[in-house]
Design a protein around this ligand. Structure first.
Ligand SMILES: Nc1ncnc2c1ncn2[C@@H]1O[C@H](COP(=O)(O)OP(=O)(O)OP(=O)(O)O)[C@@H](O)[C@H]1O
Length: 256
């Protein structure tokens, strides 16, 4: 079945002085797909992500989200359009409870003034909404706990809750299982699976853990030296000789 495109990157290049971190990358993501972006260190994955999420503008090329050109738009505008990116625990408030963290995300996404913050805890509808988001990540029972007391793994889950609170259609997850124990990693995989079953979210994930990539991704994009080296199903990519060579650090210039 042909699914509608949600993200189209056309010939995207990003240079830092003499370094071409992303070099003419063109990719399409379809609604409801989970796509993993992999590649050896320095391949350009983070830079490509930064360009898609608006943290930096591309040097050239175009990015369309649901048909709208978002190239070079600021991150907050891109977020408002429906792309949300996790930030590896950097955007949670440790002094607040889990519920308050999600409430802040709900309120700020809707563009209401944060002065409302002082009455957040009295707004019943908002509380219930926040609790519903936390429940989707198995955090409901911790809703009143102070965030600073959470384990790293649970903070990563809270971060996912904050992402969901912004009502995204495209979710960028930057190494969602980095630093997690194997058990926590399996939990994150299960939860992401559950979210996909509930709603046609599109996930675009960077991840070094191949277990996670092969468990979650419908499709894998492989970057190497700024370029898109290969794309395909996990099995196709796993057996691709160019990909193997890139990971082994062999000279694959002739193959690229
Ligand atoms: N702000 C910057 N200024 C200059 N060079 C940069 C900058 N950001 C990235 N680079 C360079 O661009 C290239 C791609 O880096 P990038 O961080 O995007 O790779 P990556 O695939 O995410 O790597 P890793 O897996 O190690 O995080 C590297 O050569 C890097 O040194």
């Amino acid at each position: 079945m042909q699914r509608d495109p949600i993200l189209q990157a056309e010939n995207v290049t990003k240079r830092f002085g003499g370094v071409t971190a992303v070099d003419g990358v063109s990719v399409n993501l379809a609604v409801g797909e989970t796509v993993a972006l992999i590649g050896p260190n320095g391949a350009g994955k983070t830079t490509f992500y930064n360009v898609v999420s608006g943290r930096m503008a591309p040097t050239s090329g175009r990015i369309l989200f649901e048909g709208t050109d978002i190239s070079g738009k600021p991150a907050h505008e891109i977020a408002r359009l429906g792309i949300s990116r996790s930030f590896q625990v950097t955007n949670v408030f440790n002094e607040l409870s889990l519920r308050e963290n999600v409430q802040v995300a709900l309120v700020s996404h809707r563009g209401k003034s944060l002065r409302l913050f002082s009455v957040l805890s009295y707004d019943r509808a908002l509380r219930e909404e926040a609790d519903a988001v936390l429940a989707r990540l198995g955090l409901a029972e911790m809703s009143e706990q102070r965030t600073g007391t959470l384990s790293y793994g649970d903070k990563r889950l809270l971060e996912l809750a904050i992402v969901l609170a912004t009502e995204p259609r495209l979710i960028l997850l930057d190494e969602p299982t980095a630093g997690l124990t194997p058990e926590e990693t399996r939990k994150v995989i299960r939860l992401i699976d559950g979210l996909r079953a509930d709603q046609p979210y599109t996930f675009f994930i960077t991840e070094h853990d191949m277990e996670v990539v092969f468990n979650l991704a419908d499709r894998v994009l492989v970057m190497h030296r700024g370029r898109l080296l290969a794309q395909g199903t996990p099995d196709e990519v796993r057996t691709d000789p160019h990909v193997k060579a890139a990971y082994l650090g062999e000279d694959d210039e002739a193959a690229a």
